[in-house]
Design a binder for this molecule. Structure first.
Ligand code: ADP
Length: 252
């Protein structure tokens, strides 16, 4: 269980990105943090995963304040897929394991398979030793946005941490590819606590709990149906996006 108690964060610029946030994410839940751009989603996640260690209030994981957990240990607890996917000019294997040291090849292939990118790698001449990017070596392989995202997901799966966090992992994908990633991830996370951050609501309907952020605080939380019944912020966001989607279909 992850508990946020009166959490606030003011950046050096004076911007208060998170304001007195109070909410609990249940163990094993597939949770969504939604809200418009600038509502504080990324900041909250960066505090939780140990990237920012200066904040007000407390965050407890299993009853223990994360102030008492070292940054290194926090990094180990979270498999995070951030928005900006950076594939490095190393081999595919090193991109997945994050090191050039000894790695578990079987586990790497299993992660690639679950992320849906195994076939592409197995068809290369060098498999896991295939170099990524051409700027170091002309035999290097370039990956599309969607494939890079799948590799980043494979990296998170290989890490095998107790918590998954996905910060807009599908931002550069089209709607169909995005749906595929959501569905895949829902199946492969083995009931581990997973927090998906998204400003698109199309895929949140199956979430155990949706947390709606507004001005750095959780304005509402509940399932998709519960939130629609409340006729509040979530319903407004939902209706606005539905309208945009049908407008897109009409003009396509
Ligand atoms: P979201 O993920 O919901 O888009 P963010 O947490 O990124 O929201 O941002 C919340 C607020 O904090 C915004 O006003 C944003 O401009 C500001 N902010 C985010 N990162 C920084 C930073 N590193 N320095 C200063 N302000 C920031």
């Amino acid at each position: 269980m992850i508990e946020f108690r009166n959490v606030s964060k003011v950046y050096d610029t004076g911007t208060e990105a998170v304001h007195n946030a109070n909410f609990t994410i249940n163990k094993g839940d597939f949770a969504f943090l939604v809200g418009s751009s600038g509502s504080g989603k990324s900041t909250l996640i960066k505090i939780l995963s140990g990237l920012f260690r200066e904040y007000e209030g407390e965050i407890y994981i299993g009853g223990r304040s994360i102030r008492d957990i070292s940054t290194k240990s926090l990094y180990k607890m979270f498999s995070v897929v951030f928005q900006d996917i950076n594939l490095l000019a190393y081999t595919v294997g090193e991109n997945i394991t994050g090191s050039s040291g000894k790695s578990d090849e079987k586990k790497v292939w299993s992660a690639l398979e679950r992320a849906g990118v195994k076939e592409k790698i197995s068809h290369t001449e060098k498999g896991l030793n295939q170099l990524v990017h051409k700027y170091m070596d002309e035999k290097g392989l370039e990956f599309s946005g969607g494939e890079s995202q799948k590799l980043a997901i494979a990296r998170a799966l290989y890490k095998d941490a107790p918590f998954y966090i996905l910060d807009e992992p599908t931002a550069s994908l089209d709607a169909l590819a995005e749906k595929e990633i959501y569905e895949k991830f829902e199946k492969i996370t083995d009931n581990r606590t997973t927090v998906f951050i998204s400003h698109r609501l199309a895929n949140v309907t199956g979430a155990d709990n949706i947390y709606v952020l507004e001005s750095g605080n959780v304005a509402e939380c509940g399932t998709h149906e519960e939130l629609l019944d409340r006729h509040g912020v979530y319903e407004k966001l939902w209706n606005a996006q539905q309208e945009l989607e049908s407008f897109g279909k009409e003009t396509a």
